[in-house]
Design a protein around this ligand. Sequence first.
Ligand code: 3EB
Length: 335
Amino acid sequence: MLKVFYSNALISSPVDNHATDTLLGALYFSQQTLTDISDFDAASTFAHVAMPGLGGQSALYEFFQSTDQSQAGQSDQLHFRFNDNILFGVITLNESEFSGDPGSTPLQAASKTAYEKIFAMLKAQNFPYVLRFWNYIADINGISHDLERYRQFNLGRQQAFIGNDQHIAGNVPAACALGTTGGPLMVAFLAGRTPTLAIENPRQISAYDYPAEYGPRSPLFSRASMASVAGNSMLFLSGTASIVGHQTLHAGDVSAQTEESIENIAAVLDEADRKTATKFNMTDLHYIVYIRDPAHFPQVRAILEHRIGPHVKASYVQADICRSDLLVEIEGSAE
Ligand code: 3EB
């Protein structure tokens, strides 16, 4: 079984006093890099995401823990841990090492390389099905080489998918893509050995079908993925924003964008319900809420508590969103 759980502190026995070698890894959201993780076997798969916590929480950990022992692996800058049914990995690449290719921007080349290395490792380790990708990119809305950096990332990601015989439409993994305050390109992922089911949102055009006005190559992700890990159903909700059809709605209005994002989450969960035998409700998920302007945090939290419930499980961090007119994005997971 895989457990995803959240904490504001680095705790030494995160679940049921299991040995730390059942810990596959973690996403660690904080402005500061972590120094004191030497007691963790999984330390190399602790992925630092340079984003400040909101609401007085300086750090947030999203832990991935299995009930089974795991073992570690590494190839170059790619670190991973796995057992018989699940693998968590993270690759971190400095763009400055990819400045030599005249046909590609450094970020595009780094993105292509990150995904190529991930797909090659998953092939070698026989984990063919990706449940979820997390993409973290510095200065995601910055423009260089006449192209927004998120769009450069999309170019490299699509090249790697095509070169590795991955689906570029239909059954693609759930994902998110957010902007950090700085640092290397980081891609984290979970992969398994049984097929996952991609869920789309009837209110939204699938991201892989977005028109060219959003960049020369489409983003590649589904709105959610339903996975079975050691017989247990899990739902991974992708980053969900105020997009209907392919257009951003409510530019400049963070409250309306939050409401629209929640409408989209409801629609994705309805679609998952329609396509599978497992039902997840909005109150089942734990959410990570990415907010562009920290001043918007109280408003966004009030809307989640009103629309989802006063006990909504949510963590809030400050991040740039991949379209410059988006002020908020919400992702989640449930088991
Ligand atoms: C959107 O719906 C908002 O590029 O992997 C959400 C989730 C978004 C994943 C990605 C982008 C990605 O288009 C942005």
